[in-house]
Design a protein around this ligand. Structure first.
Ligand code: FES
Length: 167
């Protein structure tokens, strides 16, 4: 039943989301906290999870979508194994983060933030201040912060993770 079950993934998301919802009262102001848990659990906020949250809190889907797209930490699609976040906050922008972002797009051949390379290894997003302005410009790969970043540093990091994920 596990394999060849078209609905299994959706059922699993539903089941896991219901478990998360059990920890919360049916109060609308818990929406962001619930979305945080869902994002952490799945690495994104699946459609099925949005539907369950909508029913549970009695909040329209459009409102949930609005909250997800407002906060850069929430995503609607799964990220790559290595997600590169380029800080485009003011301090980083002034110090040249655009060149880093351009290089990410160039290296990964991804035009849009949130998309994933065909092999699923990499994705990228552009984020607002990550709270490390003293190290500007900054990019992150998953949770690892690269400060005083340069295009060369980015190239080396991408090379390193490209190799690692081949092993
Ligand atoms: S603006 Fe980039 S860390 Fe603050």
């Amino acid at each position: 039943m596990e394999s060849n079950c078209g609905n299994c993934a959706a059922l699993k998301v539903q089941e896991e989301t219901l478990k998360i919802l059990e920890n919360y009262p049916r109060e609308k102001d818990k929406l962001v906290a619930i979305l945080n848990d869902v994002q952490e659990r799945f690495g994104y906020v699946p459609q099925q999870a949005q539907e369950e949250i909508s029913k549970y809190l009695n909040v329209p889907m459009a409102e949930i979508y609005g909250v997800i797209t407002f906060y850069s930490r929430f995503t609607l699609k799964p990220k790559g194994k290595y997600n590169i976040s380029v800080c485009m906050g003011t301090a980083c922008f002034v110090k040249g983060s655009q060149a880093i972002l351009d290089r990410v797009k160039d290296r990964l051949k991804i035009e849009k933030a949130g998309d994933v390379t065909a092999d699923g290894k990499f994705s990228y997003d552009d984020v607002r201040c990550v709270g490390a302005c003293g190290l500007a410009p900054v990019f992150m790969i998953n949770d690892e912060v690269y400060g005083n970043a340069t295009v060369k540093m980015l190239d080396e990091a991408i090379d390193k993770y490209s190799k690692e994920s081949e092993e």
